[in-house]
Design a protein around this ligand. Structure first.
Ligand code: ADP
Ligand code: ZN
Ligand code: ZN
Length: 724
């Protein structure tokens, strides 16, 4: 047999697969096996992507693999990884790295070994021998069997009890008296930080929930998964309960399930409900896990000890080979798109994986994307479980008013203060001030590496770039004219926090934004806000995620149309979702609640619909607009960005790409210059085509051709399919 092996090296020039002859000493090699193979003078780690009877190479040129690793991945995942690499114009090794055990494929070569503990159990023969007085056994063997009479034991305590070593246990195994098996150490399970109220036992489903669940189960039983399902329901309408029951339905049918959630650190409640319902059958994977923990969770899934994987986008690669269900919670969330290569969208990958493996795909949101509304079959939960209405939303125009907070907002916050309640205030801009300028000469402090202004972070005593991480101490004087008179423009969360501390005293104010998260404090902030009797949570969009704080009676969005001013066709959708999601945070308790939305132009379509909790009305208009302009889901976008250290090559490369893509018959916009970032000049092309695969293929072919040309050697290329 011949194994076709794709080497796991990020070197783009080394494109497999390469053929290796399988000798008798490596039985059981299959698609998904991981092999260490000789490659010239080197040794490489590779994945078997195919098996064949024969090779086109002459036998004397075929080498044999050196050894096989203990870990392997299901064949379907190998196909998924290779598909992903093509779909997102990346290298096969990078696509495969996503589906392999954590820690492999990163170039470091040697993967971790599973940390598992050896457990010993008496066999029937062992019990008989014990009853018969253990004839023919040595002293230590006898002691070990006796110790096991009370039930299975891990090797460590057993060897201590019996005063024996592992060799004794293996001898007993050879005699058929004891079985030894490896299980992951349960004490190593990652713990979830608890935030907020945990759900009690499973409630009786409402008629709407039952209907949604029946649709999911019908799909499972039909044998063919059919179109993906979209569960639309406002926050508190019981979507998570439907997910929980859908997972139970998959498990009852002997299948595994994946539950994708946005960033776990921000929404531990949801993950916690799965652990609470399914216990050890749940594996939690997220970015905060140590490599060791990730690896252990991977093995629990691979061995079938964990049947449910809950996690952010990478959880879509959970190594199940009997997948029955994929849930995508908060399917509108931008975190499902990966920013680095390969720039995959976990929602698209979920669709592919569900279709290939016969699993049901169930996405859900209060504010689903037009893409899902158009292409999925919709299920609805139309009211909150507790029958409470959604809170009234007041739109407040800020033209002519100075300061961050409008009069009405101040009054509403003051009510919260006097009554000792809770409020959430959202401002999607971190730091203290947007930028600094010299009052004398007008000099503005810019990032040396990007064409953007530096943002003042007062607590840290620095001005920082939000695009590259560059930071420098707050300048004492203007570098151009020496004036010490510096103006600060705009307000961010840091400044707002200070203002609210004064306004709301003695209520505590908690801040949640990327600066806090970077310090590892998001969980602590959320717990503190939850535990406080009263207070204010202020922060960026993170505060609008799915937290459930019953005591919140006021939610405020500042500068709600800031996101609308972005030159992005998703700007309206984002703004609508942000306001609607935040509105869902208010009034979850008995005291009801209100929502205030401050904007320069409160008549904007996204804001008006959000104020009326009119997701359908917003979606209808949005879908028409998308149809008219050929935007997703009525067209496909592929973005190519060329960059270079000096100005010029990036534009020339983009122009060369444009010619080729246009010659392939694809409609292409650009090249358009982008602002300089991380010291690199950039230009972008956008391909907008009704046909998906031909568009991707045309861009890939053009990039491969131009990237190989000497005259464009100074340019680097990045392709983003379905850019966000
Ligand atoms: P969503 O995910 O749509 O925000 P959840 O599933 O979290 O909604 O439900 C909101 C609250 O209602 C939770 O506290 C949940 O335990 C409770 N709940 C959900 N379904 C029911 C039900 N059928 N009966 C009673 N309470 C329910
Ligand atoms: Zn100056
Ligand atoms: Zn910068």
């Amino acid at each position: 047999m011949i194994a076709k092996v794709e080497p796991l090296t990020p070197a783009r020039t080394l494109r497999g697969p390469f053929d290796y002859r399988l000798g008798d000493d490596l039985p059981g090699v299959n698609v998904g096996s991981m092999l260490v193979v000789p490659f010239g003078p080197r040794r490489l780690l590779g994945v078997v992507v195919d098996l064949a009877e024969e090779s086109e190479l002459p036998p004397e040129r075929l080498a044999e693999p050196l050894r096989a690793l203990e870990a392997d991945v299901p064949a379907a995942l190998v196909r998924l990884g290779l598909w992903l690499a093509r779909e997102y114009c990346s290298a096969p090794a990078r696509g495969l790295a996503l589906v392999l055990p954590p820690g492999t494929g990163t170039g470091s070569g040697q993967p971790l070994r599973p940390r598992s503990s050896l457990h010993a159990t008496l066999t029937d023969a062992g019990r008989e021998a014990l009853a018969g007085g253990l004839p023919g056994l040595g002293e230590r063997q006898q002691a070990a069997v006796r110790a096991l009479g009370g039930g299975p034991l891990a090797a460590a305590p057993l060897t201590r009890l019996a005063g024996c070593g592992h060799a004794t246990l293996r001898a007993l195994e050879r005699r058929g008296l004891v079985t030894l098996d490896r299980t992951a150490d349960p004490s190593r399970r990652p713990r979830l930080e608890q935030v907020g109220a945990m759900a009690g036992p499973a409630p009786e489903p409402t008629p709407d929930q039952s209907a949604a669940l029946a649709a999911v189960e019908a799909r499972m039983d039909a044998g063919v998964p059919g179109d993906p399902l979209l569960l639309q329901g406002v926050t508190g309408s019981g979507k998570t309960e439907v997910y929980l029951r859908a997972v139970a339905a998959a498990l009852e049918r002997g299948r595994s399930a994946i539950v994708l959630v946005p960033e776990i650190a921000l929404t531990p409640q949801t993950a916690g409900r799965f652990v609470e319902r399914f216990g050890d059958a749940v594996a939690i994977v997220h970015s905060r896990l140590a490599p060791r923990e990730r690896y252990d969770e991977w093995w629990r899934m691979r061995r079938g000890e964990a049947r449910v994987c809950v996690g952010p986008r990478s959880a879509i690669f959970a190594p199940f080979d009997d997948l029955g269900l994929i849930v995508v919670d908060e399917e509108h969330d931008a975190s499902y798109k990966q920013e680095g290569d390969p720039r995959y969208d976990a929602r698209v990958v979920a669709e592919r994986r569900a279709a290939e493996e016969g699993a049901v795909l169930l996405s859900g949101s209060a504010t689903p994307r037009p893409e899902s509304i158009v292409r999925h079959e919709r299920l609805r939960l139309d009211s909150r479980v507790d029958r409470r209405g959604l809170p009234p939303v007041e739109l407040v125009g800020m033209l002519g008013s100075s300061g961050a907070l409008h009069e009405r907002t101040r009054d509403a916050l003051d009510d919260v203060r006097r009554r000792g309640e809770k409020a959430i205030v959202l401002l999607n801009r971190r730091g203290w001030s947007n930028f600094l300028s010299c009052r004398v000469c007008g000099n503005v402090w810019d990032c040396p590496d990007c064409d953007v202004t530096l943002v003042l972070h007062r607590a840290a005593g620095e001005i920082a770039c939000h695009h590259c991480g560059h930071s420098e101490p707050v300048p004492p004087a203007c570098g151009e004219c020496g004036s010490a008179s510096v103006a600060r423009h705009g307000a961010g969360t840091e400044q707002l926090e200070r203002e609210l501390e004064e306004l709301m005293s003695p209520l505590p104010v908690f801040r949640l934004d990327a600066d806090v998260t970077a310090a590892g404090g998001s969980g602590a902030v959320l717990r503190a806000f939850d535990a406080a009797d009263a207070g204010v949570l202020v922060g960026t969009q993170m505060v609008a995620k799915g937290h459930d704080f019953p005591a919140v009676t006021l939610a405020v969005v500042l500068d709600a149309d800031a996101t609308l001013r972005f030159p992005d066709f998703r700007a309206e959708e984002r703004t609508f979702a942000l306001v609607a999601q935040l509105a869902g945070r208010s009034g979850r308790g008995e005291r009801g609640g209100r929502v205030i939305v401050q904007a320069l132009d409160p008549s904007a379509r996204a804001l008006r619909h959000a104020a009326e909790h009119d997701a359908d009305g917003f979606a209808a208009g949005e879908i028409e607009r998308r149809r008219a302009f050929g935007y997703p889901p009525f067209g496909n976008l592929v973005r190519a960005v060329c960059s270079s250290e000096d100005p010029g090559p990036e534009l020339a490369a983009a122009e060369a790409l444009r010619e080729r893509v246009a010659a392939a018959g694809m409609p292409v916009l650009g090249p358009a210059p982008l602002f300089r970032r991380r010291g690199r000049f950039r230009a972008q092309l956008v391909i907008r085509s009704p046909e998906r695969t031909p568009a991707i293929d045309a861009v890939r072919a053009a990039v491969e051709e131009v990237a190989a040309m000497k005259e464009h050697a100074a340019a680097a290329f990045a392709v983003d399919v379905d850019p966000q």
